[in-house]
Design a protein around this ligand. Structure first.
Ligand code: ATP
Ligand code: MG
Length: 416
């Protein structure tokens, strides 16, 4: 679980700002839910035989003896909240959320025990148009962050639950023929969750898995058509994708469309965004049948990717424009008023006031260390003449004396 220090949090704010702006432009509204839920919500939705529920949840008994869990993902909470507040009665919803998620995994680069996701969920829409919209929304985010050429869209369809049940038998029969090649995890999953075996990263099983029957060849007619329409929509929109017939996702609630955006730039933690359709989940959790589709992306991995590829603009690093420096204690009051006035007149100005006094030398040092581009100096002379001295902290330029009422125009020009 990481602390996020100021240098990093500026990068996060850059990313989060892009996301917030994008969601508004697509008409998605934010939902915020608690970080703890009843444990049963997750075991029932994500599935008992998944990595998350089997070994990754932070679960504890609260003082009443209720079993609670720190949320390992956002979809289940979102469905719970939407049902609880009647958001699904004869209406569609386009929602998004962001926040911390908790999974007791082995920490490594791109994989943490508290991590953060941005997620999007849409309820009440069953056609492939909304699936396409979600993919286009994510694609626009990559484009606006400069990431598009560094990510690949992988796509698959899991079909209806009936088709999946029939396929499951075919798959189990195949795995039983190759029982000696299955690792321990897979043997365990053979009866409980055989589709997850397809997701195994064990290189010794790769060849056997490559020969396994494919779910895409066993889709029901409606899912086949849904998938074909989605592909047509993406083709028409100019979105490239790769069909990955072994993409099954680690959570049980998915049906039909599943997708992942992956990158090669982060080593093995390459999935930056993942999602799909979960038409059965609302009903499974006690609501009316409600088609739904969503995705979640990992903020740590995306910020890491932006840093690795040097795609964070300087302006996003949260640096100061201006350090306002009273040269002695007599100028402190005027400096305070001046910087307040500037903040009022220039709402985007990032200005810091020197506080805490000090010798002349130490004041100048603090101005230099502030990272600001400009400093405004106020001393005895400036007080007497109604001026301020403008000093360039990061450029070889002569300092200048300016009338205080001309400062706003001058700063506007300099910082434009
Ligand atoms: P992975 O295959 O990488 O374990 P997952 O299938 O468990 O991913 P999801 O539950 O679909 O992941 O979560 C969506 C996204 O959240 C992932 O693609 C990833 O970017 C991010 N994510 C998941 N688990 C972690 C983690 N422990 N630390 C950081 N980011 C994570
Ligand atoms: Mg995982």
């Amino acid at each position: 679980m990481n602390d996020l220090l100021p240098e990093q949090s500026a990068l996060w704010q850059y990313f989060e700002g892009k996301v917030r702006n994008l969601m508004a432009r697509y008409g998605y509204a934010e939902i915020r839910t608690p970080i703890v839920e009843q444990t049963a919500l997750f075991s029932r939705s994500i599935g008992e035989v998944t990595d998350i529920v089997e070994k990754e949840m932070y679960t504890f008994a609260d003082r009443n003896g209720d079993s609670l869990t720190l949320r390992p993902e956002g979809t289940a909470s979102c469905v719970r909240a939407a049902m609880e507040h009647g958001l699904l009665h004869n209406q569609t919803q386009r929602l998004w959320y962001q926040g911390p998620m908790f999974r007791h995994e082995r920490p490594q680069k791109g994989r943490y025990r508290q991590f953060h996701q941005v997620g999007v969920e849409s309820f009440g829409l069953e056609g492939p148009d909304i699936d396409a919209e979600l993919i286009l929304l994510s694609a626009r985010l990559w484009r606006e962050l400069g990431l598009m050429e560094h990510v690949t869209l992988e796509l698959n369809s899991l079909g209806s639950s009936e088709a999946r049940a029939a396929y499951r038998d075919t798959l189990v029969a195949y795995f039983e023929q190759h029982h000696e090649l299955l690792d321990e995890d897979s043997r365990r999953r053979l009866t409980s969750n055989p589709l997850r075996i397809l997701d195994s990263k064990n290189p010794e099983m790769a060849e056997m898995l490559a020969g396994a029957p494919q779910l895409l060849d066993h889709l029901d007619a409606e899912s086949r058509e849904h998938f074909a329409s989605l592909r047509a929509l993406l083709d028409a929109a100019g979105i490239d994708y790769v069909i990955n017939p072994r993409l099954v996702r680690g959570l049980d609630y998915y049906s039909r469309t599943v997708f992942e955006w992956t990158t090669r730039a982060l080593g093995s933690q390459g999935t930056v965004c993942a999602g799909g359709r979960y038409d059965g989940l609302v009903e499974q959790l006690g609501g009316k049948p409600t088609p739904a589709v969503g995705f979640a992306m990992g903020i740590e991995r995306l910020v890491l990717l932006l840093e690795t590829l040097e795609l964070i603009p300087d302006a996003a690093r949260g640096e100061l424009d201006l350090y306002v420096l009273p040269m002695d204690d007599a100028a402190a009051g005027t400096a305070l008023q001046l910087v307040e006035q500037l903040r009022g007149d220039m709402p985007t100005l990032r200005a810091q006031l020197h506080c805490g006094g000090g010798s002349f030398k130490s004041r100048i040092k603090k101005a230099d260390r502030s990272g600001a581009r400009l400093a405004l100096l106020l001393g005895e002379d400036e007080l007497a003449h109604g001026t301020a001295t403008l000093k360039f902290l990061r450029e070889e330029r002569d300092q200048r004396s300016l009338a205080r009422d001309a400062l706003v125009d001058e700063l506007h020009d300099l910082l434009a």
